[in-house]
Design a protein around this ligand. Structure first.
Ligand SMILES: [Zn+2]
Ligand SMILES: [Zn+2]
Length: 433
């Protein structure tokens, strides 16, 4: 672990020795007064550093200059003898205590600070934070996301006792993604804003930090031909095909799609009410309000309605197969025959990635979202392309479940029939395959 704090103390110890002399006031040719106060050695350039301010000429200028001098001197004292001895660790503790955000944001904040902020600058005193510390902090994040000590070592597959295999590899430094560094910047920025409000600090030192620029969104959707092939391949399992189809035509996020229940759909009017989304962090999953915290009503095109109706009929017969009923609360996409459990967002992505890889298309399900409207709905209709590609008419999506092989629910339904369904129905499975 590299501790930025350690270097910081050295730098500042060097700077403190020469801060005894105070400032001076010079008269410039214009008659204005220039106030300069010595602020110690610049940690980066190692040169003497001054705070300067010019007071415009006038009868009150000398008095004003004395005021400015006192203010600048105070500012420097403040920086060297901060009002609080609190460290970044302590600030984060206080900040998270009062912060009011939803559970997933809080988890993300805690994870980023435990992994990246606290190990690197946790022991630095809040009052000692300045542009220089932030520069080195961000540079370190960009160097290695594991904050290694630059010595060669092996990244083991687990921290528990184990026999090394091919998964234990020589460590190669990877930079932390720019978007993550920005998130970290926002966490620190928010915490330091509070520190100013709590009067721990006279001003916010994060103003001197330069976070990496926001990464440009670069959604390169698959070409119409690739989309058609993806769809055709997906449609070998109608439920999976329908899911991929809906990502394309509605642009819904995967978490949103996983959360749709039959009660959210109005197939007569052709609309979908979006109120929730499935969130996932490792093994934990939970339903939460959609991103905008507003319910969205989405109009569905007639083709999608038709496909959903066919899917509904299929789901009902899956449920019947295990002598259950499809409740209104049942999830539209599920591995459970009665739709009692939702799909897991990550496994939707994984299944999609596998499918794309099989077809040799480099893409992610997220990129498919950006495909939607323009190219697809207005286009010649990928539906036709999709059918042509598979040699399997879209009609198949409406066939009876018995005739469709490889469905997401088939295996589960069959197993449930064989073993009695009680324990299997409750499984929140992944999409499988
Ligand atoms: Zn190992
Ligand atoms: Zn490294």
């Amino acid at each position: 672990m590299v501790r930025i704090g350690a270097t910081l103390h050295r730098v500042q110890a060097g700077g403190e020795q020469t801060t005894r002399s105070r400032g001076r006031v010079e008269t410039l040719p214009s008659g204005s007064l220039r106030v300069s106060v010595y602020a110690g050695t610049d940690p980066v350039t190692k040169r003497r550093h001054y705070l300067r301010e010019v007071v415009p000429a006038g009868p009150k200028a000398p008095k004003e200059a004395q005021k400015v001098l006192r203010r600048l001197a105070n500012q420097i004292d403040e920086r060297q003898n901060p009002r609080t001895a609190a460290t970044v660790d302590q600030l984060l503790d206080h900040y998270f205590e009062v912060l009011d955000r939803d559970a997933s944001t809080m988890t993300t904040y805690a994870r980023y600070s435990d992994k990246h902020i606290r190990p690197l600058i946790g022991t630095v005193k809040v009052g000692r934070l300045d542009g220089d510390v932030f520069d080195r902090f961000y540079a370190e994040l960009r160097r290695c996301r594991a904050h290694c000590d630059r010595k060669p070592h092996v990244d083991h597959r687990t921290s528990r006792a184990h026999e090394c295999d091919h998964r234990c590899r020589a460590h190669a430094c990877k930079p932390l993604a720019a978007s993550t560094v920005r998130q970290i910047h926002f966490i620190l920025s928010g915490a330091l804003k509070r520190a100013v409000r709590w009067r721990w600090l006279p001003s916010n030192p994060i103003d001197f930090a330069e976070p990496p620029a926001a990464p440009k969104p670069n959604p390169t959707p698959p070409s119409p031909d690739e989309a058609a092939r993806i769809l055709a391949e997906a449609w070998k399992d109608p439920e999976w095909g329908l899911l991929v189809w809906l990502v394309m035509v509605t642009g819904l996020r995967r978490g949103e799609l996983c959360s749709i229940r039959w009660s959210d759909l109005d197939l007569e009017r052709g609309s979908l009410m979006l109120a929730r989304s499935i969130s996932q962090r490792g093994r934990n999953r939970w339903e939460k309000d959609t991103k905008s915290h507003q319910h969205r009503r989405l109009a569905l095109d007639p083709r999608s309605v038709e496909l959903l109706q066919a899917h509904r009929a299929r789901c009902e017969s899956y449920a019947r197969a295990i002598e259950a009923e499809l409740s209104t609360d049942a999830f539209v996409f599920s591995r459970a025959p009665d739709g009692s459990t939702h799909l897991v967002p990550d496994s939707v992505s994984q299944r999609y990635a596998k499918l794309a890889a099989r077809l040799g298309v480099k893409t992610t399900i997220h990129k498919l979202r950006h495909y939607s409207a323009t190219e697809l709905i207005l286009g010649e209709s990928v539906q036709t392309l999709g059918c042509a590609g598979s040699g399997q008419p879209l009609q198949d999506a409406r066939t009876a479940p018995g005739r469709v092989r490889g469905s997401m629910r088939d295996g589960v339904a069959a197993a449930a029939r064989a073993q009695g369904h009680a324990e299997l129905v409750g499984v929140t499975g992944d999409v499988g395959r």
